[in-house]
Design a protein around this ligand. Structure first.
Ligand SMILES: Cc1ncc(COP(=O)(O)O)c(C=O)c1O
Length: 425
């Protein structure tokens, strides 16, 4: 048997953590359990969770309804292959996704990155079905779409270190990101998009983008009208639109899906993270009927992808419970309240010496510093005051569960600001 008194040693010697060396070069905290919007460490320190586990735990942890859904499903059927077999939970979840997105055809898969891979493959197959050989994608600078190689190839080239993988990564076409902020002028970015489309449209299968907020590539909020105009251009040049809603979906920007800010309907959408309320690894790629019909009725005939854990019933059950919890409990009011509190509290960071800018939308609040030097110091300070955040580079940010208390949310932002002031001393 393994000696459980020493599990942290095992972690240190044998277990990779994300974006890290082995053993880890940065501090790793040991978690004992979670409780609503709190993380309890091994030494019983209680941290307010300012990260909601990378945008996923939208209802907090250990939610009674989500727990119940999992417990009930495990008794009925923990897993069943999806090849040649169907089950009720996959159908119910898919119908919710169809109704919420206004799209038609759902592919349930394991993780956000995989859903992006499937989206890219689907776009290529669609174009082929239409008699076009188009193998390039148009993506935005600062984009983040996941860590598998296909998804990585449409991420910002510098941030995701394309150069490390040399010739292995396919080369795609990148265009300028719209200027920061919800109402900023975006004419330069749209001109660049049009220029690239004009030049390369015969090679481009689809334009992939994170609607309204570019997440891991810089927490960049941009003008929805950019997407409206982008949609017109994509139509003009016969390019599919892939909206990657993995981070923004399920209410994070104040709309169920961020594309709703722009009132556009993409041809393909990817969702993940909040899909299961952060309980299980599951994502989905959803397309219009036109896309699935084109592939299914062509000589190609099939969408060639099929993970072992596709449509896992446990994940489907908890995703259904998460969506029902969301739509039955005034999520929009809760997110609006969070947005207002972020707005109020972040204003106190505006004039600090180390601060470059502040921004917020929905359940997302961001302080961008002038320098990335302080990230670890700020994280350590926040933990010492009972707040869990994980800055990356210059970005000190928080994305919270919709059930967080007003007091805790204010404490998160106030502690972030105190930490910055501490670094200024
Ligand atoms: C916009 C976006 N797309 C794709 C992904 C990848 O999802 P996953 O980490 O589940 O593979 C992420 C993850 O952060 C994301 O933010």
């Amino acid at each position: 048997m393994i000696d459980l008194n020493n599990w942290q040693e095992i972690d240190k010697n044998h277990v990779w953590h994300p974006y890290n060396s082995l053993p880890s070069k940065s501090k790793i905290l040991s978690v004992k359990r979670t409780e609503n919007t709190y993380i309890i460490l091994e030494d019983d320190t209680k941290l307010i969770d300012g990260m909601s586990s990378w945008w996923s735990a939208i209802h907090g942890y250990n939610h009674p309804k989500l727990n119940e859904a999992l417990k009930a499903q495990v008794e009925i059927m923990p897993h069943i292959m999806f090849g040649g077999l169907a089950h009720e939970k996959a159908s119910v979840l898919s119908k919710y996704l169809v109704d919420l997105t206004g799209l038609n055809s759902v592919f349930l898969c394991d993780s956000g990155s995989v859903s992006v891979e499937v989206a890219l493959k689907t776009a290529i197959l669609y174009q082929k079905a239409k008699g076009k050989e188009k193998y390039k994608f148009l993506a935005l600078n600062n984009a983040y779409h996941g860590d598998t190689l296909g998804a990585m190839s449409v991420c910002d080239q510098k941030n995701s270190m394309h150069s490390l993988y040399g010739e292995y990564l396919p080369k795609h076409i990148f265009c300028k990101t719209p200027t920061l902020s919800f109402d900023a002028d975006f004419s330069e970015a749209i001109e660049d998009l049009e220029k690239k489309l004009e030049k390369y449209h015969n090679e481009i299968a689809a334009f992939i983008f994170e609607p309204i907020v570019q997440g891991a590539g810089g927490m960049r909020i941009y003008n929805p009208n950019y997407l409206k105009q982008a949609q017109e251009l994509c139509k003009k040049y016969d390019i599919l639109m892939i909206a990657d809603e993995i981070a923004t979906g399920f209410g994070h920007t104040g709309k169920m899906f961020a594309v709703e800010h722009a009132n556009i309907k993409p041809d393909i959408m990817t969702v993940g993270k909040g899909l299961t309320g952060g309980y299980m690894t599951m994502a989905a790629m959803i397309t219009s009927k036109e896309v699935s019909d084109a592939i299914s009725n062509s000589e190609i005939g099939v969408l060639m992808h099929g993970p072992t854990f596709m449509a896992n019933p446990l994940a489907c059950s908890v995703a259904i419970a998460s969506i029902e919890e969301l739509i039955q409990n005034n999520w929009q009011e809760k997110v609006e309240k969070i947005q207002n509190i972020f707005f109020e509290e972040l204003a106190n960071a505006k004039d600090l010496k180390l601060v470059k800018s502040i921004r917020n939308i929905g359940a997302i609040g961001v302080i961008e510093l002038n320098d990335e030097f302080y990230a670890q110091k700020i994280q350590d300070y926040c933990v010492s005051k009972g707040v869990w955040i994980r800055p990356f580079g210059k970005l000190i940010y928080s994305i919270v569960a919709y059930v967080i208390s007003e007091e805790d949310l204010r404490k998160i932002v106030q502690t972030m600001i105190e930490a910055i002031k501490f670094c200024e001393e």
